[in-house]
Design a protein around this ligand. Structure first.
Ligand SMILES: C[S@@+](CC[C@H](N)C(=O)[O-])C[C@H]1O[C@@H](n2cnc3c(N)ncnc32)[C@H](O)[C@@H]1O
Length: 309
């Protein structure tokens, strides 16, 4: 079986996620994908057991195959990561890793319309059990809702033009294929935008994927749940790939690192609150020049780490 995803910032993850050596320890890889990070951790630490979460059963088959040699030390779990930590009752966790977004597998092998370079059905669901597909969003949302999603989740400055073009086109027939949508977007944007640094459909495709999988809504509850599930001294590392994700992570960590939860207008603290976490990375860690040369997508990666108090 071929593994196509290049795991980002492996050295930095390894530097911060160190399990206790004197007892069996537990890690949760919230976004196992093909298992690049998990494989590294299981190979490095023989006392470690990893619960490998993924919402996508197809990519999870690849991880299961890759991790066979570790036997019961790898436990695959098919779930959304926020659902996993919702009312978590399992054993205390030493380490948690999030490597957000999708894998190269999704673009190149999944055949679900993630790539605008291919002619595939506009599905974009990471989880087969989800009710909403990209085709449903494109063909049934109002022009205003489409524009808002493309603007908010894609940070696309031509969101209104693109939404209008989609709505005009879908009067003739439903837009079913990724290549059809790419063509509509390409024709909708101004000439100067057509040959920029990124393809003009990149941001709209990202927005659709985020909407279909509710990607941003899942981050804060998962982080709060993971902090609760950690043993004291346990760590969370999270890698984000765009500012929308990183902003949520940054503010959630800031809030959890605050000792006092009294209302800001109250002059003196009466809650006696204690900070739940310590932030270990005041600024996010970014990939080295060497890594970005070898794997250009790592250019947008940001790694933040916290420790539970
Ligand atoms: C960037 S890839 C992970 C790559 C992995 N760290 C590696 O080294 O091979 C992200 C994976 O997380 C999964 N995923 C994304 N959002 C998720 C969520 N909310 N819950 C569970 N899995 C998720 C995707 O299906 C994908 O397989």
């Amino acid at each position: 079986m071929e593994y196509v995803h290049y795991s980002v910032m492996k050295d930095e993850v390894k530097q911060y996620l160190i399990p206790p050596t004197d007892k069996p320890s537990v890690m949760v890889d919230c976004t196992t994908g093909e298992g690049g990070h998990t494989n590294m951790m299981l190979s490095e630490y023989p006392q470690l057991k990893v619960y490998g979460l993924d919402c996508d059963t197809h990519i999870q088959e690849k991880a299961k195959n890759r991790m066979k040699e570790f036997g019961e030390r790898f436990v695959p779990v098919h779930t959304w990561f926020d659902d996993y930590f919702d009312d978590y009752q399992g054993e205390p966790i030493d380490l948690v890793l999030f490597d957000l977004g999708i894998s190269i597998f999704h673009y190149t092998e999944s055949e679900r319309g993630f790539s605008f370079k291919k002619e595939e059905n506009l599905d974009m669901r990471l989880n087969d059990e989800s009710p909403l597909t990209a085709s449903m969003v494109v063909n049934s949302y109002s022009e205003e809702d489409l524009a808002n999603i493309i603007y908010k989740y894609g940070e696309e400055r031509y969101s209104r033009r693109i939404a209008r073009a989609i709505c005009e086109k879908r009067i003739e027939k439903d837009i079913e294929k990724s290549s059809e949508l790419e063509d509509i977007i390409f024709k909708a944007v101004p000439a100067t935008y057509k040959h920029g640094r990124i393809h003009p459909a990149t941001r709209s495709f990202q927005a659709l994927r985020i909407e279909v999988n509710k990607e941003l809504d899942r981050i804060e509850p998962a982080l709060r749940g993971a902090v609760k599930a950690l043993r004291p001294g346990g760590r969370i590392a999270i890698i984000t790939f765009h500012s929308l994700e990183d902003r949520i992570v940054k503010w959630t960590f800031k809030d959890l690192a605050k000792a006092c939860s009294c209302p800001p207008e109250q002059p003196r603290c009466t809650c006696g609150g204690k900070a739940a976490i310590k932030i270990l990375t005041k600024k996010p860690i970014i990939a080295t020049d060497k890594e970005t040369k070898m794997n250009p997508p790592s250019r947008s990666a940001k790694l933040r780490i916290i420790e539970k108090r």
